[in-house]
Every structure is written in structure tokens, then in C-alpha cells.
Design a binder for this molecule. Structure first.
Ligand SMILES: [Zn+2]
Length: 85
């Protein structure tokens, strides 16, 4: 039986490279599984909307809203600066 492996077209690879270059200036933040806290991905500072993820560790499928994660990070950073200053 022949093994068939799909390859992305040249246009798709060009778009992926363009996306990588655009993201270089953005801040990264880890996306963690809400059940086991395992890192399930990385989001950039311009990310918005919802994302459906499957945790590789506990296999739980979750929907994450980027806006909630932004706010939580902001509050944590704000509290830290207030304590330190
Ligand atoms: Zn998990």
C-alpha cells in the first residue's frame, strides 16, 4: 500500500511565511488548558475572537475567548506594578 502525504502548495507556504514575519513584532502569550493547565498554544497580541482547542495532555476540548485572557493578564500585570511601585 502506497503512503500518500499531502504537501501544501507554494501559495500556502508563502502565506505562512508572511504570517510568521508579521507576527515577529507582537507580544506572545501562552494559552493554557482550563482543566489541567497544560500549554495548548501561543496567541499573539493582535489575536481576537474565539478559538477551539484540544489539550494534548488531558484530551479535553475547550473554547477560549482571547478577550478574557487579555483582561486577566492585564489585571495581573497592573496588580504587580501597584505592589512593586
Ligand atoms: Zn488539559
Amino acid at each position: 500500500m502506497a503512503y500518500y502525504m499531502r504537501t501544501a502548495s507554494e501559495e500556502v507556504r508563502r502565506r505562512a511565511e508572511l504570517s510568521r514575519k508579521e507576527a515577529e513584532g507582537y507580544i506572545e502569550r501562552e494559552l493554557r488548558c482550563p482543566v489541567c493547565d497544560f500549554i495548548v498554544g501561543v496567541a499573539y497580541s493582535d489575536s481576537s475572537g474565539h478559538l477551539k482547542i484540544k489539550c494534548q495532555k488531558c484530551k479535553n476540548i475547550s473554547v477560549l475567548n482571547f478577550a478574557y485572557f487579555c483582561r486577566r493578564k492585564y489585571k495581573q500585570r497592573y496588580r504587580l506594578t501597584k505592589i512593586n511601585s
